[in-house]
Design a protein around this ligand. Structure first.
Ligand code: AMP
Length: 526
């Protein structure tokens, strides 16, 4: 047997991947612009996985199975990444899939199909990628995304925040040198980012993130629920059945109520999307539920955009408050924002545009191709990165761009607990993280009691300045470790040095040392 291993040549091109909740997209920078690579003749690829007769199915074919065989189909896996969700498919017993495994299958197929696309000269196997993630992903979710990339045989060179990618697509393709506010409203979360783009120093611009805020549980799902409430109220008046109430005994099987809720949710989402185009939408669900006397009820009603707007106005207001907060933390006024960019499916709701137009006195911008803007931005950033180990650079000159400088900010106040449950902050929220090196802060403490040989180091994050670490919203313990082997001395005699190091992608490392020992911890922040 020969020992010679044939290592396939790695492509010098770096892919930009939008691994989306519903759909994914892949792009590469070629001949001076980001090109979306069509997958099965479409610009996007459904992020859906299914098991069929023990075989894995991904993308469009998997989506087609969603209705026929929902038990063996998984969609929206991005919502679970980094969490404890697992699934064993009836169709393939004995194998347990995690969200990371399923994300890896989606990535693998996406890249395989992109590799087969004949319009791109890869010059080897595509291996390197910039993958986009939501701005609010925590460290566990980020690590799980990198892991999914690894399982799909990819080297993830960077995790780029989706709003930043959208801003890059806009600034590099349309107009540079400005202050951009990205309003990103998806299915489940809302994020607002403010970025400054400055190309005065060189060929390519510097992107500086000035502020990031958000509402973790605000999105299109909440809009759907508002329509569900309106419809359920009408249905209750007509049929006597409350399909949103699972607690009350209505003489109907819980399973049937759940199924009716599912149908109502789908109809509500369809009506919502229709209301983005028209002033009214009709909801019609035949045989929605059978009541305890065996009568079958249909749901039929019209909903007006005005009624929908009234129902969601409180939710839109919450997003506006986060925009105000972002402006305040960037120390900017409304007049300082030159461009508002809309990202995410829920920004198609007309009230979103109306609110922003009124607030900023200018129309927000939505990309002419909103489903691919994030992947295009990622491909642009990817083209500015160097592929490790491909020296001399093999990419054609026109397929590269000068390094884009991206400076991030720290998203929380970060510190440790000291005596009496106090918060001692080491890094302030909003501090710039330089593009080329992690941000490092150290502080010296002394032992709080006589003769202690070990000390718990509890690391906290907070979204505002606090003195005490009471159980308050926005204050969270994000990691804990013990520094052991401290030389036994009188209180205050031994020095404990704590160092926080945070990198561009907001991943935090904490270390502590005494004269007798050292410990460190990579924090999984939530
Ligand atoms: P995203 O995560 O960015 O794909 O956004 C998904 C959310 O956008 C879901 O809640 C969709 O229902 C919502 N959405 C998609 N298209 C529309 C539309 N035309 N009008 C309103 N909401 C939409």
């Amino acid at each position: 047997m020969s020992n010679t291993e044939i290592i396939p040549k790695k492509s010098p091109y770096i892919m930009g991947i939008d691994l989306g909740t519903s759909n994914s997209a892949i792009a590469v920078f070629l001949k001076g612009q980001a090109e979306i690579i069509p997958i099965e003749s479409s610009k996007t690829f459904p992020s859906v996985f299914a098991m069929r007769n023990g075989e894995k199915v991904v993308g469009r074919q998997a989506r087609a199975r969603q209705m026929i065989d929902p038990d063996n189909t998984v969609s929206s896996i991005k919502r679970e990444i980094g969490g404890s969700w697992t699934k064993e498919f009836n169709d393939k017993p004995g194998e347990v899939y995690t969200p990371t495994d399923i994300s890896a299958e989606i990535l693998l197929q996406l890249v395989l199909k992109a590799e087969q696309e004949h319009t791109v000269e890869w010059g080897g196997t595509p291996k390197y990628a910039v993958i986009c993630i939501p701005a609010n992903f925590n460290d566990t979710q980020k690590t799980a995304t990198i892991e999914a990339g690894k399982l799909a045989s990819l080297e993830v060179l960077y995790l780029l925040e989706e709003p930043v990618a959208a801003a890059m697509a806009y600034a590099m393709e349309k107009e540079r040198d400005q202050t951009i506010l990205v309003y990103d409203l998806g299915g489940g979360t809302f994020d607002v980012s403010i970025l400054q783009v400055d190309s005065s120093k060189g060929e390519t611009p510097e992107f500086k993130i000035l502020a990031k805020e958000g509402v973790p549980k605000l999105g299109g799902d909440d809009f759907d629920y508002k329509i569900m409430e309106i419809a359920a109220e009408k249905f209750k008046n007509d049929s006597g059945v409350d399909i949103l109430d699972l607690k009350k005994d209505q003489g109907i099987k819980t399973k049937w109520i759940r199924e009716a809720q599912q149908k109502l949710q789908e109809a509500a989402e369809t009506a919502k999307c229709e209301l983005s185009e028209s002033q009214t939408a009709t909801i019609f669900i035949p045989n929605l539920i059978k009541d305890e006397s065996g009568n079958v009820h249909n749901l039929e009603m019209d909903i007006a955009r005005r009624e929908f707007n009234d129902a969601i106005s409180g939710l839109i207001e919450q997003s506006k408050e986060a925009v105000d907060k972002a402006l305040a933390s960037a120390k900017l006024g409304i007049e300082d924002i030159s461009r508002i960019i809309l990202v995410g499916g829920s920004t198609r709701v007309p009230l979103v545009k109306e609110m922003l137009t009124k607030m900023f006195d200018k129309e927000p911008y939505s990309d002419t191709d909103p489903d691919t803007a994030v992947a295009r931005g990622a491909a642009i950033f990817a083209a500015s990165l160097n592929v490790p180990g491909t020296e001399p650079e093999e990419r054609l000159e026109k397929d590269k761009i000068e390094p884009i400088i991206l400076t991030n900010i720290v998203t929380h106040f970060l510190g440790i607990e000291t005596a009496g449950g106090k918060f001692n902050c080491l890094i302030d929220k909003g501090k710039d993280i330089p593009a080329d090196a992690p941000l490092t802060y150290s502080k010296e403490y002394t032992t709080p009691r006589d003769n202690i040989t070990e000390l718990a180091i509890r690391v906290y994050q907070s979204d505002r300045t606090v003195e005490y670490l009471r159980k308050e919203e926005g204050v969270e313990c994000i990691g804990e470790f013990f520094l052991t082997g401290i030389p036994s001395k009188a209180r205050g005699e031994e020095r404990i040095n704590v160092t926080f190091e945070i990198n561009q992608q907001n991943l935090l490392k904490v270390s502590a040392t005494s004269s007798g020992s050292a410990q460190d911890l990579e924090i999984k922040r939530s």
